[in-house]
Ligand binder design. Structure first.
Ligand SMILES: *Cc1c(COP(=O)(O)O)cnc(C)c1O
Length: 362
């Protein structure tokens, strides 16, 4: 390579997405396989969103509303948060990147739970800053350990609630204690991509802190609960100070016309929202029962995915399940060499998963 690549960029390992179904079927010459690898909504996209997207297509010759007015007003009413505190993103991924780009310079530190969502490390490194990792404790985010890592260089702390890939949540009481130890110049980003699936009443809700003196940023997405991962739309809720900074670097048309229209319609699709939550809860309970019956060890979750301890090499389990047409995630690269992560699918997909897992590990 002739061009000079910054060292911080060379340190980034590319994000490895879940294997697409088409790729699996091409490689193994099989069909009818199921993907339970990316925590997607197995019911498809919200039907109301699909209708709105279709209707929006005839306006594609125009640029989108760069201020995202209609969608932001809708979110503002839904959460009783003033519109100036809401920023739209091309997926919540993009907002993570905007925050790290806007607030980190080389020499700064960002504290990240480990393992957690890989985009935190990637965006921190891309900004030239230093990721400071704090291992999970019993699969849960160790808030005390994270507070101990705060230094004069800390600018951002990442929390993922529920945490991907472990599905554990932060109790409200623990966060209350934690935030008292966070200096006022540090931003706490709380990624709530899966918050709609939480059943545990003690779970911390970051939006309670948006109007407080603390710099808490809530990140949410339409990708999971509304089944719109392919549309690319998410949002952040934060103080006007922070949103004002983000809007300086936000690409003006980052949320497309179909994305804004689809997301706004999805917010009204209560039927789909409830159907999704019901499916995930019922099917989680089904999965737990099936695994209990077989004596297979797993970790209960507050999300639409969970971890299973296969007591085998997870990369091998992953490969052998692929051959049976079931795509999961090996947790080897996350530091759990015996665990796989499985997303909740439709009932018949989950049945298929259980059968394949039994075949591979029992
Ligand atoms: C899926 C996911 C997201 C959502 O990303 P989008 O860019 O909105 O699709 C964010 N955070 C975590 C932890 C996720 O698992």
């Amino acid at each position: 390579m002739k061009m000079k690549v910054p060292q911080n960029i060379l340190l980034i390992k590319p994000y490895v997405p879940g294997k697409p179904i088409e790729e699996l079927e091409r490689e193994y010459g099989i069909s009818g396989s199921v993907k339970l690898a990316s925590n997607e909504n197995p019911l498809g996209p919200s039907p109301k969103a699909v209708k709105a997207v279709e209707k929006a297509l005839c306006r594609l010759n125009r640029y989108p509303d760069g201020s995202g007015h209609d969608l932001i007003m809708k979110l503002s009413e839904r959460f009783r948060i003033s519109p100036g505190k809401i920023v739209l993103g091309n997926g919540s991924d993009e907002i993570i990147g905007m925050l790290t780009n806007a607030f980190l310079v080389p020499g700064d530190e960002a504290i990240i739970p480990s393992p957690s969502f890989l985009m935190y490390e990637i965006t921190v490194r891309a900004a030239g800053a230093k990721p400071v990792f704090v291992p999970l404790k019993s699969l849960s985010i160790d808030l005390e350990g994270m507070a101990e890592k705060i230094s004069g260089k800390t600018r951002i702390i990442f929390l993922c609630n529920p945490n991907n890939p472990t599905g554990t949540v932060i109790p409200g009481k623990s966060f209350k204690r934690f935030i008292q130890k966070v200096p006022p110049n540090v931003i706490v980003i709380v990624d709530e991509a899966y918050i709609e699936f939480v059943r545990d009443k003690s779970c911390f809700k970051s939006m309670d802190y948006i109007n407080s003196e603390h710099n808490v940023v809530t990140l949410r997405t339409f990708s999971k609960i509304y089944g719109l991962a392919g549309l690319r739309i998410g949002y952040g809720i934060m103080s006007e100070d922070i949103s004002g900074i983000l809007n300086r670097i936000r690409p003006p048309f980052n949320a497309s016309i179909p994305a804004q229209a689809g997301a706004a319609a999805a917010l009204d699709d209560k039927t789909f929202f409830e159907k999704t939550v019901r499916l995930v809860h019922n099917e989680l309970d089904f999965m737990y029962r099936s695994l209990n019956n077989k004596g297979i060890k797993y970790f209960p979750t507050q999300s639409n995915f969970f971890l299973i301890d296969t007591a085998k090499n997870a990369d091998d389990v992953f490969e052998n399940m692929l051959k049976l047409g079931v795509i999961v995630r090996s947790m080897t690269s996350y530091g759990y060499p015996g665990y796989i992560r499985v997303s909740i699918g439709l009932h018949e997909e989950n049945v298929r998963f259980i059968k394949a897992l039994e075949k591979v590990i029992l």
